[in-house]
Design a protein around this ligand. Structure first.
Ligand code: AMP
Ligand code: MG
Length: 349
């Protein structure tokens, strides 16, 4: 996979790096690299000129994590565990670390995020892009194979046993975890950076002009628009939405890629998108997927038990909910000033 190098060229994509009206400011020096990995295009922007060496380190890290975590690439450790047929598997320390976090997220969300979702994901044809609607019988056969509590994992010894037929899918946490590693690398190098990992944004340090990072939140119901802009310090912003990957079945119904482990079908909750803001990329990622499955009410209930995360939730009827920690950091965009924005508080009103 050959990355496209675009050093010095600032790609805007859906990110508002600068705001209208800022044109008078001196332009910031940046180095930019676009990498295609994990089924998406990633744009890495470092706020320094000539940061090619560091960008190349980031690229290597992404390629390495892609190799480790890709559920259907035959040389990945994820694949090896899925093919182990109930035999104990010795894991690399790097893989064991991701697995530990995925298992923690599965437990934390009561299985709304389930790291053993692959048999279902595969039935719907998402890994192969050969989309199809499975039969009820196929789904009934696959559902018992999706149960993270069946994974025996010994973190201290880096070993795991996965019952025969079960398969692991770390697609809902891989980018966030990779984001954590990239953050550590760039933070250690002392640079400011904005990484768009496709659904996940990593903000490192402070922009040279000392203004907050500005991240637009896409309107999941009209993806060419943004419901609002977040002004943030460094950290992670992870979004899950049905619009990211879907297909239309022969029955005319649109099916998306976030599956409800309880039913085997694309989740039918009341949320159109979930954005999680926090300091741990892997958890933000897994939580964004889980909250999407859980829906508004259960997500808010779970959020109230957690420390260190803020949310922007957009419902299927276009209402926006933000958590109180970002009350002053979220500004609706011009077209959305009439949108119903409710603030969710930690204490139950
Ligand atoms: P994300 O875009 O982070 O929400 O992750 C979506 C990806 O996670 C999908 O493409 C699947 O590979 C995987 N996935 C789908 N549903 C679930 C689920 N309920 N739990 C864990 N992973 C899931
Ligand atoms: Mg996710």
């Amino acid at each position: 996979m050959k990355p496209v190098k675009m050093t010095g060229l600032l790609l805007l994509l859906c990110l508002l790096l600068t705001q209208a009206g800022c044109a008078a400011r001196p332009q910031m020096q940046t180095s930019v690299l676009v990498v295609f990995a994990m089924d998406t295009s990633m744009t890495l922007t470092i706020y320094e000129k000539d940061a090619e060496g560091l960008l190349s380190d980031c690229e290597q890290l992404i390629i390495q994590m892609n190799r480790l975590l890709n559920a259907h690439a035959q040389r990945s450790e994820t694949y090896a565990l899925s093919q182990s047929n109930g035999e104990p598997v010795v894991l690399s320390a790097a893989f064991a670390e991701v697995l530990a976090q995925a298992l923690y997220a599965s437990e934390l969300t009561g299985g709304a995020f389930d790291l053993t979702i692959y048999p279902l994901v595969s039935l719907w044809g998402f890994p192969s892009d050969e989309y199809r609607v499975p039969t009820a019988a196929e789904l009934a056969a696959a559902l018992p194979l999706v149960d993270y509590t069946q994974l025996q994992f010994n973190e201290a010894e880096c070993t795991a046993v996965l019952p025969p037929g079960m398969r692991v899918d770390l697609g809902g946490i891989a980018k966030g975890y990779t984001g954590d590693l990239l953050y550590d690398t760039l933070q250690a190098a002392g640079v400011a950076a904005l990484l768009d990992l496709g659904g996940g944004i990593v903000l490192v340090g402070q922009k040279p002009d000392k203004t907050p990072w500005r991240i637009a939140v896409r309107d999941p119901l009209n993806t060419s628009k943004h419901v609002g802009v977040l002004s943030l310090e460094e950290g992670f912003v992870q979004t899950s939405g049905a619009y990211e990957r879907y297909f239309e079945g022969e029955d005319g119904v649109v099916y998306h890629h976030i599956l409800d482990p309880k039913t085997g079908y694309p989740s039918e909750g009341d949320l159109a998108s979930v954005t999680v803001i926090g300091r741990q990329g892997a958890l933000c990622d897994a939580l964004s997927t889980a909250f999407f499955v859980l829906g508004l009410e259960e997500s808010v209930r779970l959020w109230r038990t957690l420390e260190g995360f803020e949310l922007v939730l957009v419902t299927k009827n276009g209402d926006v909910y933000i958590t109180e920690g970002i009350r002053d950091r979220f500004t609706p965009t011009d077209n959305y000033t009439d949108t119903n924005v409710s603030v969710l508080t930690r204490s139950v009103p």
